[in-house]
Design a protein around this ligand. Structure first.
Ligand code: SAH
Length: 270
């Protein structure tokens, strides 16, 4: 189970923190570390702080974008020291560990950890199914990033040892269809966004929070492969109709069709 969990550190500044994370991971039996655009790595400071967990550092993947780190994952969790503007489904480290224990064999879960100075960006947090907050003192809520990894890794270990733990969420092992992975879901969001621009529901010059809210809606549902394919099929059908309508209005520029007028009538809701 624990080898299905990937710890993703984003733009970590201090190599010592990367070493300390490797140590925390090895202590708790985690093996998969991915570093997105680290400031300094490899580095002797990372090796020193890993104190014996240098194998985790040696096998760590280093990539330049978050997409590369998570595109093969089926469940993505973002860790955050504070609440954000648009609330997201939030779980405790313990609940999150319960969800992790329900991962189907072969499926991967990514847990994202942010920069030492400013954490994860909103855009990064909006790629996550769930957010996890370690319940710290609200007046002093931000842990050192390696300490945060230690807490999360500990909960994962405890959950993996507790064979009788009840599933915290009804999701996972007995699902009939494979869950969609991040790559498939991101393609669906791209398709949705382009289509909403085409039908003039989304104004690219004033997008407001529409796509953020759509992301939250679909990610909350943890869609499977068939559901994502059905969405893509619906969007393709809309694309075809829009192309037909556009061609028709090029032929007859004076009279726009009823359906076209109908599409234009609705204002953006957010
Ligand atoms: N100043 C930043 C905090 C950065 S701490 C901010 O306000 O967002 C570096 C990273 O450690 C965070 O991005 C997160 O991944 C993790 N972290 C720190 N405190 C945490 C907490 N209380 N709960 C969950 N993750 C935490």
């Amino acid at each position: 189970m624990l080898d299905q969990i990937r710890i993703v550190m984003i733009q970590t500044t201090h190599p010592g923190n990367i070493g300390a994370v490797a140590r925390a991971m090895k202590n708790m039996g985690l093996v998969d570390l991915c570093l997105v655009d680290p400031k300094k790595f490899p580095d002797p400071e990372a090796d020193a702080r890993a104190s014996g967990a240098t194998d985790i550092l040696a096998s760590a993947q280093v990539v330049s974008t978050l997409q590369e780190a998570i595109s093969d994952c089926h469940f993505v969790v973002g860790t955050s020291a504070r609440g954000r503007h648009i609330p997201w489904p939030i779980t405790s480290p313990r609940e999150m560990a319960g969800v992790a224990m329900q991962l189907q064999p072969g499926k991967k879960m990514a847990i994202l950890f942010g920069r030492e100075d400013r954490g994860l960006t909103n855009e990064e947090l909006h790629q996550c199914h769930h957010h996890v907050h370690i319940p710290t003192n609200p007046d002093f809520s931000s842990l050192n990033v390696a300490a945060a990894v230690q807490v999360i890794a500990y909960e994962l270990r405890v959950a993996s040892l507790d064979k009788h733990s009840e599933p915290a969420l009804q999701w996972g092992t007995d699902w009939d269809i494979d869950l969609a992975d991040v790559r498939e879901i991101e393609l669906m969001f791209d398709h949705l966004e382009k289509t909403l621009v085409d039908v003039e529901f989304l104004d690219p010059n004033n997008p407001r929070q529409l796509m953020t809210r759509m992301r939250r809606l679909f990610l909350r549902a943890i869609p499977d492969r068939v559901e994502v394919n059905v969405m893509r099929g619906m969007l393709t059908a809309i694309n075809k109709k829009v192309t037909l309508l556009n061609n028709a209005s090029i032929d007859k520029p004076a009279s726009s069709s009823d359906s076209e007028a109908q599409l234009k009538k609705e204002p953006p809701y957010v």
